[in-house]
Design a protein around this ligand. Structure first.
Ligand code: NAD
Length: 499
């Protein structure tokens, strides 16, 4: 059995805690590896190595650090297929989707090539007599990140690329479900020129996370995952005096106006609702058609498309629209929620229950499911399903659709489909959601903008990547200097003010 340890000080080392977790191939249900689960002493060791390595990395000028990012981009292109294959094997997503996972991470590394521009400070010449004032952005020191299973390449890169570009050391605690790709990324970064110990991967579960929170050297924590864990880490991390940003779960609504281009809407809902088996924080999981006629047309058009979705292992290539969900527990949870939808009175428009794939009977496959006549008191509406299930909630008016989206506890993404500019503009302006699509189903901003939700989808002040990342991973220091240095005015006992 393959054993996955930790990536410490430039090499993969075995775990010493004696605890491991099974890693599955979700398509077959087989255990394909065991990953070490770190204890506090292993985390302490990694932190000490990071703290020793960080000052020399920070002292390297930002343009040279940018060159390491540039080389990393080349290496990611070189190893794209290898990374995507490892990713699909442990996650279950299709091969093209796995490549997309790597590419969306690569784009943030690419953005970080220009770190020198982002790290420039401010300068005021002549702020007073002989006085100049300037600010600089300095790295925090040792930083850490905790990532979810659903984007094992993209989200680690969203965190560590800007953290490293700013001159920090970074410790990643990836998901224990698909740990291989993060380990490969750390090795690649070293090949790109990163000194040993600056980027380390410590595998683990809650014990490793608690060790990060308790550690006094670690200055910041980035987290992406479910909302309850985001709240736990945000609360405890802040109480421990760290800078923390936590991104949580989602329930993304798609508003379909009567004037929308229905072909575009159906393509959008099929791709964004069922791609990656719905295991995306930006998946569209709630369709909100406005008016009975719109709803009837939508359901009629969706049914044959949902019924004909091709589900299978990533090894089946282009013949597959989406793969299995990540583990047996996820499958069981999704199936339980689907059953609750039936029990609570939703209309089953396409029934994915009992799906089984010949030759892959032990895989964690879930059939595509479409619900109609869902109401906001049902569990399938209230909970994030994170599976291939689309719920349709019918409303009478645009204001009803807007209110429902705004009343939902989550605020990660949303989309409106319409041909009317006034409605689109009104929606984008008023809705209390962090990322809004207009005729775009998955409005994930590109690397040079920032990514982040509102309400219970995010905790903290700054978003991921884009300019916010350079704020999150640096501290501002402001220097006031006087030349000539002699104080000609004698002692001042009141607070200095501008002369
Ligand atoms: P998760 O919360 O179960 O796990 C995320 C990380 O937290 C993992 O590294 C895991 O080991 C750790 N963890 C799990 N339980 C913990 C505990 N009790 N104490 C401390 N740490 C713990 O999430 P997941 O199932 O890996 O990922 C799916 C979730 O992530 C979904 O809710 C999805 O919406 C969310 N997500 C959000 C975004 C975003 O940007 N908002 C992006 C991707 C995924």
């Amino acid at each position: 059995m393959k054993q996955i340890g930790h990536y410490i000080n430039g090499e993969e080392v075995a775990g010493t805690s004696g605890r491991t977790a099974d890693v599955y191939n979700p398509a077959t249900g087989e255990v394909i590896a065991q990953v070490a689960l770190a204890d506090k002493s292993e985390m302490d060791k990694a932190v000490a190595i990071a703290a020793a390595a960080q000052p020399a990395w920070a002292a390297m000028n930002p343009q040279r650090r940018g060159r390491v990012m540039m080389k990393m981009v080349d290496l990611l292109h070189r190893d794209m297929d290898k990374l995507a294959e490892a990713l699909s094997r442990e996650h279950g997503k299709t091969f093209p989707d796995a490549k997309g996972d790597v590419i969306r991470g690569l784009e943030v590394v690419e953005y970080c090539i220009g770190a020198a521009e982002m790290l420039k400070g401010e300068y005021t010449d002549g702020a007073g007599p002989g006085i100049d004032m300037y600010s600089m952005k300095q790295p925090l020191g040792v930083t850490a990140g905790i990532t979810p299973f659903n984007f094992p390449a993209m989200i680690p890169m969203w965190m560590f690329a800007p953290a490293l570009a700013c001159g920090n050391a970074f410790i990643l605690k990836p998901s224990e479900r698909d740990p291989s790709v993060p380990m490969m990324l750390a090795a690649l970064f070293e090949e790109a020129g990163l000194p040993k110990g600056v980027l380390q991967v410590v595998n683990g579960d809650k014990e490793a996370v608690d060790a990060i929170i308790a550690d006094e050297t670690i200055q910041s924590i980035g987290f992406v995952g479910s909302t309850p864990i985001a709240q736990y880490i945000y609360g405890n991390g802040c109480a421990a005096g760290k800078r923390v940003q936590c991104f949580g779960g989602a329930k993304n609504h798609a508003i379909i106006m009567p004037d929308a281009d229905m072909d575009n809407v159906v393509d959008a809902l099929i791709g964004a609702g069922f791609g990656a088996a719905g295991e995306r924080c930006m998946a569209l999981s709630v369709a909100v058609p406005v008016g009975k006629e719109t709803a009837d047309r939508l359901i009629e058009a969706l049914i044959p498309r949902v019924e004909s979705l091709k589900i299978g292992p990533y090894t089946a290539g282009d013949d597959v629209d989406f793969g299995p969900v990540v583990c047996a527990a996820a499958k069981e949870r999704i199936e339980g929620l689907v059953q609750s939808g039936v029990d609570q009175g939703a209309t089953m428009a396409v029934d994915g229950r009992g799906f089984s794939l010949q030759g892959y009977e032990d895989g964690f496959f879930v059939g595509a499911t479409l619900f109609d006549n869902v109401t906001t008191d049902m569990d399938i509406y209230k909970q994030e399903i994170f599976g291939p299930v689309l719920s349709t909630v019918r409303v009478d008016t645009y204001e009803d659709a807007l209110k429902m989206t705004m009343d939902n506890e989550y605020g990660n993404g949303t989309a409106i489909f319409t041909r009317d500019g006034d409605t689109a503009r009104d929606f984008a302006s008023r809705v209390n959601v962090g990322m809004v699509g207009v005729n775009v189903p998955i409005p994930v901003p590109l690397a040079y903008h920032t990514f982040g939700g509102w309400k219970n989808s995010a905790f903290g002040d700054l978003n991921q990547h884009g300019p916010d990342a350079f704020k999150f991973y640096t501290r501002t220091k402001t220097v006031t200097s006087r030349w000539p240095s002699g104080n000609k005015e004698g002692a001042e006992f009141s607070i200095p003010t501008m002369k």
